[in-house]
Design a protein around this ligand. Structure first.
Ligand SMILES: O=C(O)CCC(=O)C(=O)O
Length: 207
């Protein structure tokens, strides 16, 4: 376990192989719909290289809604109670104490070997509750920066399959991104033979 910045903690190998397998199976189901996994289109007309599916609330740049107006007009799948339990366990392990936590949305991103994510803040939530991030599959380079700018200072961390990363407190609104995925580094025993899955659990603060 390593504290990358105040409130930002990396816990390597947090998920067991069985938990990773289970999450991969669930992600395959969620990716089918009711709102299918897709490349998000940005207001600029650009298309994100990652593919995303959401639970509980549908995120699109830069708002959460229950219905995916930008995809197929359907309501996203429910956010399951067991995933909230996993999020609470993740926070307790990362912070070494029980923290009240009621995540109500998950953004699930799939990265193929070329996909990346630019430096950004997670700030469409109306809550400063921590973000819980789980990685499965290929290792990536995860860049965790500061709350002021997209640039330095930042810390580069390799997130491997099973790793947990939590950012809350003074780090909740830090810029972060994924400059690179390392193809072929994942263990096919997770059920994911290529690419990288990342699940972020969040509290939207919406009703
Ligand atoms: O893939 C990751 O590890 C980060 C994902 C992320 O930054 C996001 O979903 O906002």
């Amino acid at each position: 376990m390593r504290e990358i910045a105040p409130g930002a903690v990396h816990v390597p190998g947090w998920l067991t192989l069985d938990e990773q397998r289970h999450l991969v199976q669930e992600c395959r189901e969620w990716a089918r719909g009711p709102v299918p996994m897709r490349h998000t289109v940005l207001p600029s007309g650009g298309v994100m290289s990652v593919q995303t599916v959401c639970l509980g609330w549908h995120w699109r740049p830069y708002a959460y809604t229950r219905v995916a107006h930008d995809v197929n007009g359907r309501q996203v799948a429910a956010f399951p109670g067991w995933l909230a339990d996993l999020g609470r366990r993740a926070l307790a392990d990362a912070y070494g104490r029980d923290v009240p936590y009621e995540p109500d949305t998950a953004l699930i991103n799939f990265y193929d070997g070329q996909a990346k994510m630019g430096m950004h803040q997670d700030k469409d939530e109306r809550s400063d509750a921590p973000v819980v991030s789980l990685s499965i599959g290929d290792t990536c380079l995860f860049r965790f920066g500061n709350t002021e700018t997209r640039g330095r200072p930042y810390t580069d961390v390799r997130l491997a399959s099973g790793d947990l990363f939590v950012f809350g407190g003074p780090s909740r609104f830090a810029y972060h991104g994924v400059p690179k995925v390392y193809p072929g580094t994942g263990d096919p025993a997770t059920g994911l033979t290529s690419g990288r899955l990342n699940l972020t659990l969040r509290v939207t603060g919406l009703r």
